[in-house]
Design a protein around this ligand. Structure first.
Ligand code: ADP
Ligand code: MG
Length: 417
Protein backbone atom coordinates (compact mmCIF):
# COMPACT_ATOMS: atom_id res chain seq x y z
CA UNK A 1 0.00 0.00 0.00
CA UNK A 2 1.25 3.45 -0.84
CA UNK A 3 1.70 5.85 2.02
CA UNK A 4 -1.09 8.40 2.04
CA UNK A 5 0.99 11.52 2.33
CA UNK A 6 1.31 14.83 0.56
CA UNK A 7 3.56 13.55 -2.16
CA UNK A 8 1.39 10.59 -3.04
CA UNK A 9 -1.62 12.85 -3.05
CA UNK A 10 0.10 15.34 -5.31
CA UNK A 11 1.09 12.50 -7.64
CA UNK A 12 -2.50 11.32 -7.81
CA UNK A 13 -3.89 14.80 -8.22
CA UNK A 14 -1.57 15.99 -10.96
CA UNK A 15 -0.80 12.79 -12.87
CA UNK A 16 -3.39 10.26 -11.81
CA UNK A 17 -0.76 7.70 -10.75
CA UNK A 18 -1.16 5.75 -7.52
CA UNK A 19 2.48 5.02 -6.71
CA UNK A 20 5.96 6.22 -7.50
CA UNK A 21 8.21 4.17 -9.76
CA UNK A 22 11.69 3.15 -8.62
CA UNK A 23 13.33 5.91 -6.61
CA UNK A 24 11.18 8.75 -7.92
CA UNK A 25 10.00 9.58 -4.42
CA UNK A 26 13.50 9.98 -2.96
CA UNK A 27 14.55 12.06 -5.96
CA UNK A 28 11.53 14.34 -5.71
CA UNK A 29 12.04 14.82 -1.98
CA UNK A 30 15.62 15.84 -2.68
CA UNK A 31 14.53 18.38 -5.29
CA UNK A 32 11.86 19.78 -3.00
CA UNK A 33 14.51 20.19 -0.30
CA UNK A 34 16.40 22.48 -2.68
CA UNK A 35 19.43 20.24 -3.21
CA UNK A 36 21.33 19.57 -6.41
CA UNK A 37 20.24 16.21 -7.75
CA UNK A 38 21.74 13.86 -10.30
CA UNK A 39 19.50 11.15 -11.73
CA UNK A 40 20.73 8.13 -13.67
CA UNK A 41 17.73 6.10 -14.75
CA UNK A 42 17.15 3.99 -17.83
CA UNK A 43 14.86 5.13 -20.60
CA UNK A 44 11.24 4.67 -19.64
CA UNK A 45 12.10 4.77 -15.95
CA UNK A 46 10.09 7.95 -15.42
CA UNK A 47 12.65 10.73 -15.25
CA UNK A 48 10.33 13.54 -16.39
CA UNK A 49 8.12 13.18 -13.37
CA UNK A 50 11.15 13.83 -11.14
CA UNK A 51 11.11 17.48 -12.17
CA UNK A 52 7.51 17.87 -13.31
CA UNK A 53 5.94 17.02 -9.97
CA UNK A 54 8.20 19.24 -7.84
CA UNK A 55 7.73 22.11 -10.28
CA UNK A 56 3.99 21.94 -9.67
CA UNK A 57 4.49 21.94 -5.90
CA UNK A 58 6.97 24.83 -5.74
CA UNK A 59 6.78 28.58 -6.13
CA UNK A 60 8.04 29.96 -9.42
CA UNK A 61 8.87 28.42 -12.77
CA UNK A 62 11.18 25.48 -13.36
CA UNK A 63 13.43 25.89 -16.40
CA UNK A 64 13.77 22.59 -18.24
CA UNK A 65 16.64 22.37 -20.69
CA UNK A 66 15.97 19.75 -23.31
CA UNK A 67 17.75 19.11 -26.60
CA UNK A 68 15.01 18.63 -29.17
CA UNK A 69 12.02 20.66 -30.24
CA UNK A 70 10.00 17.48 -30.82
CA UNK A 71 10.77 16.30 -27.29
CA UNK A 72 9.72 19.58 -25.77
CA UNK A 73 6.51 19.66 -27.70
CA UNK A 74 5.55 16.14 -26.62
CA UNK A 75 6.24 16.92 -23.00
CA UNK A 76 4.40 20.22 -22.99
CA UNK A 77 1.38 18.60 -24.67
CA UNK A 78 1.45 15.83 -22.07
CA UNK A 79 1.62 18.31 -19.20
CA UNK A 80 -1.27 20.28 -20.64
CA UNK A 81 -3.32 17.10 -20.84
CA UNK A 82 -2.69 16.44 -17.17
CA UNK A 83 -3.52 19.95 -16.06
CA UNK A 84 -6.81 21.83 -16.07
CA UNK A 85 -4.98 25.13 -15.92
CA UNK A 86 -3.95 27.00 -19.03
CA UNK A 87 -0.31 27.77 -19.57
CA UNK A 88 1.06 25.44 -16.89
CA UNK A 89 3.81 24.38 -19.30
CA UNK A 90 5.37 26.21 -22.20
CA UNK A 91 8.36 26.02 -24.44
CA UNK A 92 10.47 28.67 -26.10
CA UNK A 93 12.25 27.78 -29.28
CA UNK A 94 12.85 28.96 -32.79
CA UNK A 95 9.48 27.64 -34.00
CA UNK A 96 7.50 30.29 -32.09
CA UNK A 97 6.53 33.63 -33.58
CA UNK A 98 6.57 36.94 -31.75
CA UNK A 99 2.99 36.85 -30.50
CA UNK A 100 3.35 33.28 -29.25
CA UNK A 101 6.45 34.30 -27.34
CA UNK A 102 4.62 37.26 -25.81
CA UNK A 103 1.87 34.92 -24.62
CA UNK A 104 4.46 32.64 -23.02
CA UNK A 105 6.10 35.56 -21.27
CA UNK A 106 2.74 36.84 -19.97
CA UNK A 107 1.92 33.43 -18.55
CA UNK A 108 5.30 33.21 -16.85
CA UNK A 109 4.99 36.68 -15.34
CA UNK A 110 1.52 35.84 -14.03
CA UNK A 111 2.97 32.84 -12.16
CA UNK A 112 0.73 30.39 -14.01
CA UNK A 113 3.59 28.65 -15.74
CA UNK A 114 5.32 26.02 -13.66
CA UNK A 115 7.51 24.54 -16.39
CA UNK A 116 9.33 26.30 -19.16
CA UNK A 117 11.13 24.08 -21.68
CA UNK A 118 14.02 25.59 -23.59
CA UNK A 119 16.67 24.27 -25.92
CA UNK A 120 20.20 25.33 -25.00
CA UNK A 121 20.37 27.43 -28.18
CA UNK A 122 17.40 29.45 -27.00
CA UNK A 123 18.60 29.63 -23.42
CA UNK A 124 21.80 31.33 -24.49
CA UNK A 125 20.05 33.99 -26.58
CA UNK A 126 20.62 37.43 -25.11
CA UNK A 127 16.93 38.44 -25.11
CA UNK A 128 15.94 35.24 -23.30
CA UNK A 129 18.68 35.62 -20.71
CA UNK A 130 17.47 39.18 -20.11
CA UNK A 131 13.90 37.97 -19.67
CA UNK A 132 14.77 35.01 -17.45
CA UNK A 133 16.76 37.21 -15.11
CA UNK A 134 13.46 38.76 -14.04
CA UNK A 135 11.67 35.45 -13.58
CA UNK A 136 11.16 33.70 -10.26
CA UNK A 137 12.87 30.40 -11.01
CA UNK A 138 12.22 27.38 -8.78
CA UNK A 139 15.04 25.22 -10.17
CA UNK A 140 16.75 24.18 -13.38
CA UNK A 141 16.37 20.72 -14.87
CA UNK A 142 18.88 19.53 -17.47
CA UNK A 143 17.25 16.63 -19.28
CA UNK A 144 19.30 14.29 -21.49
CA UNK A 145 22.31 15.61 -19.60
CA UNK A 146 24.71 13.19 -21.33
CA UNK A 147 24.66 15.65 -24.27
CA UNK A 148 27.29 17.51 -22.22
CA UNK A 149 29.85 14.75 -22.61
CA UNK A 150 31.90 13.75 -25.60
CA UNK A 151 31.78 10.26 -24.18
CA UNK A 152 28.00 10.30 -24.39
CA UNK A 153 26.16 9.09 -27.46
CA UNK A 154 24.78 12.45 -28.45
CA UNK A 155 27.30 15.17 -27.70
CA UNK A 156 26.03 18.71 -28.21
CA UNK A 157 28.53 21.51 -27.72
CA UNK A 158 25.76 23.97 -26.75
CA UNK A 159 25.17 21.88 -23.65
CA UNK A 160 28.53 22.99 -22.33
CA UNK A 161 27.29 26.56 -22.13
CA UNK A 162 24.48 25.74 -19.75
CA UNK A 163 26.39 26.32 -16.51
CA UNK A 164 27.79 29.74 -17.43
CA UNK A 165 24.36 30.87 -18.61
CA UNK A 166 22.69 29.65 -15.45
CA UNK A 167 25.18 31.69 -13.46
CA UNK A 168 24.24 34.71 -15.51
CA UNK A 169 20.50 34.22 -15.16
CA UNK A 170 20.67 33.41 -11.47
CA UNK A 171 21.78 30.36 -9.53
CA UNK A 172 19.12 27.97 -8.37
CA UNK A 173 19.20 24.26 -7.51
CA UNK A 174 19.87 21.95 -10.41
CA UNK A 175 18.57 18.55 -11.35
CA UNK A 176 20.39 16.72 -14.15
CA UNK A 177 18.88 13.59 -15.68
CA UNK A 178 20.17 11.01 -18.09
CA UNK A 179 19.81 7.40 -19.15
CA UNK A 180 23.52 7.26 -19.91
CA UNK A 181 25.31 5.76 -17.00
CA UNK A 182 28.91 5.16 -17.98
CA UNK A 183 31.21 6.41 -15.24
CA UNK A 184 33.03 8.73 -17.67
CA UNK A 185 29.85 10.45 -18.78
CA UNK A 186 28.63 10.76 -15.22
CA UNK A 187 31.83 12.46 -14.18
CA UNK A 188 31.80 14.85 -17.15
CA UNK A 189 28.25 15.91 -16.41
CA UNK A 190 28.80 16.59 -12.74
CA UNK A 191 32.00 18.47 -13.39
CA UNK A 192 30.67 20.54 -16.25
CA UNK A 193 27.46 21.47 -14.45
CA UNK A 194 29.36 22.27 -11.28
CA UNK A 195 27.46 19.69 -9.27
CA UNK A 196 30.16 17.36 -7.98
CA UNK A 197 28.47 17.41 -4.57
CA UNK A 198 24.99 16.62 -5.88
CA UNK A 199 23.04 13.71 -4.42
CA UNK A 200 23.26 10.92 -6.97
CA UNK A 201 20.35 8.56 -7.59
CA UNK A 202 21.27 5.66 -9.80
CA UNK A 203 18.78 2.95 -10.74
CA UNK A 204 19.66 -0.42 -12.14
CA UNK A 205 20.08 -0.41 -15.90
CA UNK A 206 19.16 -4.03 -16.32
CA UNK A 207 16.28 -4.59 -18.73
CA UNK A 208 15.48 -8.18 -17.94
CA UNK A 209 12.73 -8.40 -20.56
CA UNK A 210 15.16 -7.67 -23.39
CA UNK A 211 16.80 -10.54 -25.23
CA UNK A 212 20.26 -9.79 -26.67
CA UNK A 213 21.77 -11.60 -29.61
CA UNK A 214 24.67 -11.00 -31.98
CA UNK A 215 24.61 -12.67 -35.37
CA UNK A 216 27.42 -12.86 -37.88
CA UNK A 217 26.73 -10.54 -40.80
CA UNK A 218 26.82 -12.47 -44.03
CA UNK A 219 25.80 -11.81 -47.62
CA UNK A 220 22.47 -13.31 -46.60
CA UNK A 221 21.58 -10.59 -44.14
CA UNK A 222 18.68 -9.07 -46.09
CA UNK A 223 16.94 -12.41 -46.48
CA UNK A 224 17.59 -13.24 -42.85
CA UNK A 225 15.95 -10.03 -41.66
CA UNK A 226 13.00 -10.38 -44.02
CA UNK A 227 12.43 -13.88 -42.71
CA UNK A 228 12.61 -12.63 -39.15
CA UNK A 229 10.11 -9.84 -39.79
CA UNK A 230 7.70 -12.20 -41.53
CA UNK A 231 7.81 -14.62 -38.64
CA UNK A 232 6.92 -11.69 -36.37
CA UNK A 233 4.04 -10.42 -38.45
CA UNK A 234 1.93 -7.65 -36.97
CA UNK A 235 4.56 -6.74 -34.40
CA UNK A 236 6.35 -3.40 -34.35
CA UNK A 237 10.07 -3.25 -34.94
CA UNK A 238 12.90 -0.84 -35.59
CA UNK A 239 15.83 -1.52 -37.88
CA UNK A 240 18.86 0.67 -37.40
CA UNK A 241 21.32 1.25 -40.25
CA UNK A 242 24.36 3.47 -40.14
CA UNK A 243 23.86 5.40 -43.36
CA UNK A 244 20.93 7.27 -44.80
CA UNK A 245 21.49 5.57 -48.11
CA UNK A 246 21.21 2.14 -46.54
CA UNK A 247 18.04 3.22 -44.74
CA UNK A 248 16.38 4.17 -48.02
CA UNK A 249 17.59 1.09 -49.82
CA UNK A 250 16.59 -1.37 -47.17
CA UNK A 251 13.17 0.20 -46.60
CA UNK A 252 12.58 -0.24 -50.34
CA UNK A 253 13.70 -3.86 -50.20
CA UNK A 254 11.33 -4.56 -47.33
CA UNK A 255 8.46 -2.88 -49.14
CA UNK A 256 9.19 -4.91 -52.25
CA UNK A 257 8.84 -7.97 -50.05
CA UNK A 258 5.39 -6.98 -48.91
CA UNK A 259 6.43 -5.58 -45.53
CA UNK A 260 4.89 -2.35 -44.27
CA UNK A 261 8.14 -0.49 -43.71
CA UNK A 262 9.06 3.20 -43.82
CA UNK A 263 12.38 5.03 -43.75
CA UNK A 264 13.47 7.65 -41.24
CA UNK A 265 16.64 9.73 -41.26
CA UNK A 266 17.72 13.31 -40.74
CA UNK A 267 18.25 13.92 -44.45
CA UNK A 268 14.55 13.56 -45.25
CA UNK A 269 12.38 16.65 -45.27
CA UNK A 270 10.87 17.20 -41.87
CA UNK A 271 7.27 16.70 -42.95
CA UNK A 272 7.94 13.34 -44.50
CA UNK A 273 9.96 12.37 -41.48
CA UNK A 274 7.28 13.18 -38.97
CA UNK A 275 4.59 11.58 -41.10
CA UNK A 276 6.64 8.36 -41.20
CA UNK A 277 7.17 8.54 -37.48
CA UNK A 278 3.45 9.02 -36.91
CA UNK A 279 2.61 6.13 -39.21
CA UNK A 280 4.83 3.91 -37.08
CA UNK A 281 3.38 5.19 -33.80
CA UNK A 282 -0.17 4.71 -35.08
CA UNK A 283 0.69 1.26 -36.41
CA UNK A 284 0.03 2.05 -40.02
CA UNK A 285 3.56 0.79 -40.58
CA UNK A 286 5.04 -2.22 -38.81
CA UNK A 287 8.69 -1.47 -39.32
CA UNK A 288 10.70 1.69 -39.31
CA UNK A 289 14.12 1.55 -40.96
CA UNK A 290 16.15 4.36 -39.47
CA UNK A 291 19.42 5.96 -38.63
CA UNK A 292 20.04 6.78 -35.00
CA UNK A 293 18.24 10.08 -35.65
CA UNK A 294 15.12 8.06 -34.85
CA UNK A 295 14.16 7.36 -31.31
CA UNK A 296 15.15 9.95 -28.79
CA UNK A 297 12.07 10.66 -26.73
CA UNK A 298 9.84 8.41 -28.77
CA UNK A 299 7.65 6.47 -26.43
CA UNK A 300 6.12 3.56 -28.32
CA UNK A 301 5.63 1.01 -25.59
CA UNK A 302 5.18 -2.12 -27.67
CA UNK A 303 8.18 -2.21 -29.96
CA UNK A 304 8.88 -5.97 -30.04
CA UNK A 305 12.24 -5.99 -31.79
CA UNK A 306 15.19 -3.77 -32.57
CA UNK A 307 17.58 -4.97 -35.23
CA UNK A 308 20.99 -3.43 -35.87
CA UNK A 309 21.81 -3.94 -39.51
CA UNK A 310 25.24 -2.47 -38.81
CA UNK A 311 27.19 -2.62 -35.61
CA UNK A 312 26.63 0.60 -33.62
CA UNK A 313 29.41 3.10 -32.95
CA UNK A 314 29.31 2.62 -29.20
CA UNK A 315 27.91 0.28 -26.60
CA UNK A 316 26.14 3.20 -25.06
CA UNK A 317 24.33 3.90 -28.33
CA UNK A 318 23.54 0.21 -28.64
CA UNK A 319 22.03 0.15 -25.18
CA UNK A 320 19.89 3.22 -25.89
CA UNK A 321 18.71 1.95 -29.25
CA UNK A 322 17.90 -1.55 -28.02
CA UNK A 323 16.22 0.10 -25.03
CA UNK A 324 13.39 1.22 -27.30
CA UNK A 325 12.17 -2.37 -27.40
CA UNK A 326 9.80 -3.68 -24.77
CA UNK A 327 9.20 -0.45 -22.93
CA UNK A 328 5.88 -1.86 -21.72
CA UNK A 329 7.80 -4.61 -19.93
CA UNK A 330 6.81 -7.19 -22.54
CA UNK A 331 9.09 -9.11 -24.84
CA UNK A 332 11.80 -7.24 -26.73
CA UNK A 333 14.28 -8.93 -29.05
CA UNK A 334 17.51 -7.12 -29.78
CA UNK A 335 19.51 -8.58 -32.62
CA UNK A 336 22.68 -7.01 -33.98
CA UNK A 337 24.58 -8.10 -37.04
CA UNK A 338 28.32 -7.97 -36.70
CA UNK A 339 31.15 -8.19 -39.21
CA UNK A 340 34.72 -7.26 -38.49
CA UNK A 341 34.96 -5.38 -41.75
CA UNK A 342 32.18 -3.02 -40.61
CA UNK A 343 34.44 -1.95 -37.77
CA UNK A 344 37.18 -1.13 -40.25
CA UNK A 345 34.72 0.86 -42.31
CA UNK A 346 33.65 2.85 -39.26
CA UNK A 347 37.24 3.53 -38.35
CA UNK A 348 37.86 4.82 -41.84
CA UNK A 349 34.89 7.21 -41.59
CA UNK A 350 36.56 8.83 -38.61
CA UNK A 351 39.75 9.67 -40.41
CA UNK A 352 38.81 13.22 -41.36
CA UNK A 353 37.98 14.14 -37.77
CA UNK A 354 40.15 15.85 -35.15
CA UNK A 355 42.62 13.48 -33.51
CA UNK A 356 41.09 13.68 -30.05
CA UNK A 357 37.69 12.82 -31.44
CA UNK A 358 39.18 9.90 -33.38
CA UNK A 359 40.73 8.54 -30.22
CA UNK A 360 37.42 8.62 -28.41
CA UNK A 361 35.68 7.11 -31.40
CA UNK A 362 38.16 4.25 -31.63
CA UNK A 363 37.96 3.46 -27.95
CA UNK A 364 34.16 3.31 -28.14
CA UNK A 365 34.35 1.04 -31.18
CA UNK A 366 36.75 -1.33 -29.47
CA UNK A 367 34.35 -1.69 -26.58
CA UNK A 368 31.54 -2.50 -28.98
CA UNK A 369 33.69 -5.07 -30.74
CA UNK A 370 34.57 -6.72 -27.43
CA UNK A 371 30.87 -6.99 -26.64
CA UNK A 372 30.08 -8.46 -30.05
CA UNK A 373 32.83 -11.05 -29.79
CA UNK A 374 32.43 -12.10 -26.17
CA UNK A 375 31.17 -15.50 -25.10
CA UNK A 376 30.23 -14.11 -21.68
CA UNK A 377 26.63 -13.21 -20.81
CA UNK A 378 25.79 -10.11 -22.85
CA UNK A 379 23.78 -8.61 -20.02
CA UNK A 380 26.72 -8.95 -17.67
CA UNK A 381 29.04 -7.21 -20.15
CA UNK A 382 26.60 -4.41 -20.88
CA UNK A 383 25.88 -3.72 -17.25
CA UNK A 384 29.54 -3.88 -16.38
CA UNK A 385 30.06 -1.17 -18.95
CA UNK A 386 27.68 0.98 -16.94
CA UNK A 387 29.58 0.31 -13.76
CA UNK A 388 26.99 -2.16 -12.54
CA UNK A 389 27.71 -5.67 -11.37
CA UNK A 390 25.34 -8.38 -12.59
CA UNK A 391 25.58 -11.26 -10.20
CA UNK A 392 23.62 -14.04 -11.90
CA UNK A 393 25.66 -16.64 -13.76
CA UNK A 394 23.07 -17.14 -16.44
CA UNK A 395 20.62 -14.39 -17.41
CA UNK A 396 18.56 -16.84 -19.45
CA UNK A 397 17.82 -14.15 -22.01
CA UNK A 398 20.81 -13.68 -24.29
CA UNK A 399 22.36 -15.84 -26.98
CA UNK A 400 25.45 -16.62 -24.91
CA UNK A 401 23.42 -17.84 -21.95
CA UNK A 402 20.88 -19.77 -23.99
CA UNK A 403 23.46 -21.35 -26.31
CA UNK A 404 26.77 -21.30 -24.48
CA UNK A 405 29.74 -21.64 -26.74
CA UNK A 406 31.52 -24.87 -25.92
CA UNK A 407 34.27 -23.99 -23.52
CA UNK A 408 36.78 -26.47 -22.16
CA UNK A 409 36.80 -25.89 -18.44
CA UNK A 410 39.89 -26.51 -16.37
CA UNK A 411 37.83 -28.97 -14.32
CA UNK A 412 37.04 -31.08 -17.39
CA UNK A 413 40.67 -31.09 -18.41
CA UNK A 414 41.61 -32.32 -14.97
CA UNK A 415 39.00 -35.05 -14.85
CA UNK A 416 40.17 -36.24 -18.26
CA UNK A 417 43.63 -36.89 -16.90
P1 ADP B 1 12.25 8.61 -19.18
O1 ADP B 1 12.38 10.09 -19.40
O2 ADP B 1 12.98 8.15 -17.95
O3 ADP B 1 12.61 7.80 -20.38
P2 ADP B 1 9.46 9.21 -19.01
O4 ADP B 1 9.56 10.33 -18.08
O5 ADP B 1 9.24 9.51 -20.44
O6 ADP B 1 10.75 8.27 -18.88
O7 ADP B 1 8.35 8.20 -18.45
C1 ADP B 1 8.08 6.97 -19.07
C2 ADP B 1 6.64 6.58 -18.86
O8 ADP B 1 6.40 6.24 -17.50
C3 ADP B 1 5.67 7.69 -19.20
O9 ADP B 1 4.63 7.15 -19.98
C4 ADP B 1 5.16 8.16 -17.86
O10 ADP B 1 3.88 8.70 -17.92
C5 ADP B 1 5.23 6.89 -17.04
N1 ADP B 1 5.36 7.12 -15.59
C6 ADP B 1 6.25 7.91 -14.97
N2 ADP B 1 6.11 7.87 -13.64
C7 ADP B 1 5.10 7.02 -13.38
C8 ADP B 1 4.46 6.52 -12.18
N3 ADP B 1 4.86 6.90 -10.96
N4 ADP B 1 3.44 5.65 -12.33
C9 ADP B 1 3.05 5.23 -13.56
N5 ADP B 1 3.59 5.65 -14.72
C10 ADP B 1 4.61 6.52 -14.64
MG1 MG C 1 13.15 11.46 -20.73
Amino acid sequence: MAKKDNLTEALKKHFGFGTFKGNQRAIIENVLAGNDTFVLMPTGGGKSLCYQLPSLMMQGTAIVISPLIALMKNQVDAMRNFSEEDGVAHFINSSLNKSAIDQVKDDIRSGRTKLLYVAPESLTKEENVEFLRQVNISFYAVDEAHCISEWGHDFRPEYRRIRPIINEIGKRPLIALTATATPKVQHDIQKNLGMIDASVFKSSFNRSNLYYEIRPKTANIDREIIKYIKSNEGKSGIIYCLSRKKVEEFADILKANGIKALPYHAGMDSQQRSSNQDAFLMEKADVIVATIAFGMGIDKPDVRYVIHYDIPKSLEGYYQETGRAGRDGGEGQCIAFYAYKDLQKLEKFMQGKPVAEQEIGKQLLLETAAYAETSVCRRKVLLHYFGEEYLEDNCGNCDNCLNPKKKVEAKELLSAV
